[in-house]
Design a protein around this ligand. Structure first.
Ligand SMILES: Cc1cc2nc3c(=O)[nH]c(=O)nc-3n(C[C@H](O)[C@H](O)[C@H](O)COP(=O)(O)O)c2cc1C
Length: 191
């Protein structure tokens, strides 16, 4: 079993990565192979709306010079796809938006190729807007026939400076429970 988490923050090792790692640690403790992919510092342009993915149907974005096709390959290989984004102006980071638009369109062009994989989104805010970010990530999973796993609260952490979310006890507990629930479902699916 494999879980891959994509961190859409523009800064490495920040609060979004910290929360995603909490979920991954919980999964790893149950024997799941895990990987965190940080988009920070990578070129992640948005979808060009060329629709070449619908003509090519090769499970790839036609723009091959950036990190998106690597991300898509990791998604294909995984049983669990986690998306994480900080809140920027009450919305997704542009890196996460680009990943969602491009991987999402390639998936649609190839028969909803992430169908029935498990998915969950994780959002961080300083003060407000994360619920909208969380909802936006859920749109990616739900249009693609994926199974969205929940926690005991919406998957949100609160923090501003790097690492500050470590002080958000409820946010951390929410991530642990999310990892437990995903792990529980993975086991049931493989019984
Ligand atoms: C461009 C930008 C816009 C932001 N907009 C918001 C916002 O609308 N609401 C909010 O609560 N925090 C906002 N923040 C704060 C970040 O969401 C917060 O610092 C978060 O912890 C960053 O996550 P990271 O450490 O993973 O980068 C913004 C930060 C940046 C850089």
């Amino acid at each position: 079993m494999k879980a891959v988490a994509f961190c859409g923050s523009a800064r490495k090792n920040g609060n979004t990565a910290l929360l995603l790692n909490r979920v991954l640690e919980q999964l790893a403790s149950g024997g799941v192979e895990t990987e965190l992919v940080e988009l920070a510092g990578r070129e992640v342009p948005g979808c060009k709306a060329c629709m070449a993915c619908f003509r090519n149907k090769d499970q790839q974005c036609a723009f091959k010079k950036d990190v998106i096709n690597d991300c898509i390959a990791k998604m294909i290989d995984a049983d669990v796809i986690l998306l994480g984004s900080p809140t920027y102006f009450a919305d997704l980071s542009s890196e996460m938006k680009a990943l969602i638009d491009r991987a999402g369109m390639v998936a649609r062009a190839n028969g909803n190729m992430f169908k029935r994989k498990l998915g969950a989104g994780v959002a961080v805010q300083r003060r407000a807007g994360a619920i909208h970010v969380f909802d936006s990530m859920n749109h990616f999973f739900l249009i693609g026939e994926m199974i969205v796993v929940g926690s005991s609260y919406w998957n949100i952490g609160v923090g501003r400076e790097k690492g500050e979310v470590a002080g958000d006890e409820e946010g951390l507990a929410t991530m642990k429970t999310l990892g437990e629930n995903i792990g529980w479902l993975l086991k049931k699916m493989n019984q």
